[in-house]
Design a protein around this ligand. Structure first.
Ligand code: OXD
Ligand code: MN
Length: 625
């Protein structure tokens, strides 16, 4: 999408009815035509609209939605070409309990997913999809995940009756008719179909946010299809993201020897030597991924550029190293907590061309959310359209309110995001959780296998009330718990197999934890920009392996941590006690943790790779068991 503001009055989108389909559709591929025809026959839209990803199409749809009352145009002097959408209050997040993996073999889907038989699910869905688009337009979006033509890139089509989803997808993915040309030449593609499940019967007036109280987010890995019903929100409706780029792509990666990961991607340059490093990092949702993706270092010597904030696809390149792309084209970021002081880069990315969802509206036609500025406005319209003042006692923006913005607007975006069409070679992979106890600020894995063990055991304490209790952990292996489209234990096996193929070309693996607390419940580490100190040690420790022995480490039972004096702490106040606590490994609580890991592994029975059991045993032995 470009930022032109002139309306192209001559723009004529390709639209037609099902009857005109054969002659009017701008694609010749029989499978594409057959699938769209079949879906249109079921859902019965009034017309079909082909999305070319153009600025003119953006202008047409935003104008229509503003006129219809489903988008609010923000003050163009403050936030040009930007819009606010307010969802229905029962459609505000991904619905994990209504997310299904529909594959023939339940064992292959595993205990962390909702399994359904694919044929039975299709039967169950049919009455919902029948006539679901009556009175509406069916939009057809051809899109690419990654630079078109790149070695790691994949193609897809989304059908949807939500113009909000169309606009969001136009930001989040590379929507273009060029995709159709590649499909015509034989490229594989993924079928995704979405309906809000709210047919407009007999000319009934539309609501601002149509949706259905019944929701289904169904994945069919055997046929590479997604069918989504009833929700207009985020990952439920923008099917390129979690549905395709993680759940289906993880299965595709298993079959084809690559990895689809819930990881941010950054390029870090040593400004003294010019040496470039690329890092991927997995964190559970709401652990500050966007902040790390847009890190502003507080120590000299490093420049951090953004490649991605949520998803990375990893594949071995011709030189044997592991290459990564961010398959997306936009950020779908959580607004609350994104602030001028905490993430100035994100704030400047949001200057315009942005869709906001469920944030608050200011009196001068701008947006606001908790944490955006230190000063709280005296009056707002909250995310539900109600008057709001600081005395209201409710959040002005929904906690899961979002901004949708092109990645190219981040001042920190690295040119490799689009120019490295086959990806960037990875130097290190980070796994992080949110742990008040036990897990050190940073620890380097002793081997690839140990790193996979670290990834497999990522966890967070459940709630503040339970913090400090080792017993209350929410496991989120590889931060993929809601996103791995197949048996999690097989997924660990796949990671081990990839490591074997990479051999000594494999990136190093680290565990990080910004969230450790002292006995009074206060964070021990300042976080945010200061995390650059951890990145600094990580990268210097990579060089220590080869050229110099610059960043020394000390081996603890749980991994290699910075040796005394090796973590750059110049310019921050951190007491010796806090520092010691940040890296303290208490053998007793770690042995307890090993017990919990064993219980967790038991969930997967004998599908757990032997190597991971060996890693658990090795850890116990190092802890002196
Ligand atoms: C997200 C998530 O929305 O991880 O990115 O939940
Ligand atoms: Mn995510």
């Amino acid at each position: 999408m470009t930022t032109a503001t002139k309306i192209d009055n001559d723009y004529q989108p390709i639209t037609h009815t099902i009857a005109e389909f054969e002659s009017a559709a701008p694609v010749k591929d029989a499978k594409v035509l057959g699938w769209i025809c079949e879906m249109a026959d079921i859902m019965q839209p009034d017309q079909i609209f082909w999305c070319d990803g153009s600025t003119a199409q953006w202008q047409l749809l935003t104008a229509e939605m503003v006129a219809q009352g489903s988008l609010i145009k923000l003050n163009p002097d403050i936030r040009p070409n930007s819009f606010l959408a307010r969802s229905s209050s029962d459609d505000v997040a991904r619905v994990e309990e209504r997310t299904f993996i529909c594959a023939a073999d339940p064992e292959a889907v595993g205990p962390t997913n909702n399994w359904r038989d694919p044929d039975e699910m299709r039967q169950e869905l049919l009455p919902f999809f029948k006539g679901a688009m009556r009175g509406r337009t069916m939009y057809v979006l051809p899109f690419a995940m990654g630079p078109i033509g790149g070695a790691i890139t994949q193609l897809g089509l989304q059908l949807t009756d939500s113009p909000y989803a169309v606009l969001s997808m136009q930001i989040m993915a590379r929507v273009s008719f060029e995709v159709l040309r590649h499909i015509e030449r034989g490229a594989n593609w993924v079928r995704t179909a979405h309906t809000v499940g709210a047919p407009l019967l007999d000319g009934a007036a539309d609501s601002a946010w149509p949706c259905n109280s019944t929701k289904y987010i169904c994945h069919f890995p055997d046929t590479l299809e997604v069918l989504s019903f009833g929700s207009g929100y985020g990952g439920n409706a923008l099917l390129s993201k979690k549905c395709f780029a993680l759940r289906l792509a993880s299965v595709m990666g298993k079959r084809e020897g690559w990895l689809a990961e819930h990881m941010l991607l950054i390029k870090v340059t040593n400004t003294n030597t010019g040496r470039v490093y690329n890092l991927a990092a997995a964190f559970p949702s709401a652990c500050g991924k966007t902040n790390l993706a847009m890190l502003t270092p507080t120590i000299p010597g490093w420049k951090v550029e953004t490649l991605g904030d949520d998803i990375a696809w990893l594949r071995q390149g011709a030189d044997g190293r592991l290459y990564a792309i961010n398959p997306e084209a936009g950020f779908f970021g959580v607004a609350p907590g994104t602030g001028e002081s905490t993430n100035p880069t994100a704030i400047s990315a949001l200057w315009g061309n942005t869709i906001y969802t469920n944030v608050a509206l200011t009196d001068d036609g701008d947006v606001w959310w908790e944490g955006k500025t230190d000063e709280v406005p005296a009056h707002l319209i909250d995310w539900q359209g109600q008057d709001w003042t600081p005395a209201s006692g409710t959040p002005a923006a929904h906690p899961n309110s979002r901004f949708t913005v092109p990645v190219t607007q981040a001042p920190s975006i690295a040119p490799e995001w689009s120019e490295a069409e086959n990806g960037v070679p990875l130097d290190a992979i980070l796994f992080g959780g949110r742990r008040a106890t036990n897990v050190p600020l940073v620890a380097k894995a002793l081997s690839w296998q140990h790193g996979v063990f670290m990834g497999a055991t990522i966890s967070s304490e459940k709630t503040a009330a339970q913090e400090g209790l080792v017993g209350e952990l929410r496991r989120d292996p590889f931060a993929m718990l809601p996103f791995c489209g197949y048996n999690m234990a097989d997924y660990w096996g796949h990671w081990l197999a990839i490591g074997e193929k990479l051999g000594d070309k494999a990136p190093a693996i680290f565990q990080v934890n910004w969230f450790r607390k002292d006995a009074d419940g206060k964070f021990l580490w300042p976080g945010f920009g200061e995390n650059s100190r951890v990145i600094d040690w990580i990268l210097r420790s990579l060089d220590a392996d080869s050229e110099s022995d610059d960043a020394k480490g000390e081996e603890l039972p749980v991994g290699i941590v910075p040796a005394s004096g090796e973590l750059n702490l110049t310019g921050i106040e951190i007491s010796d006690e806090s520092l010691a606590e940040l890296f303290r490994v208490d053998n007793e609580s770690w042995l307890q943790e090993c017990m919990l890991t064993e219980e967790f592994f038991a969930m997967f029975g004998d599908r757990v790779p032997q190597e991971l059991r060996a890693q658990l045993q090795g850890l116990r032995e190092r802890l002196g068991a």
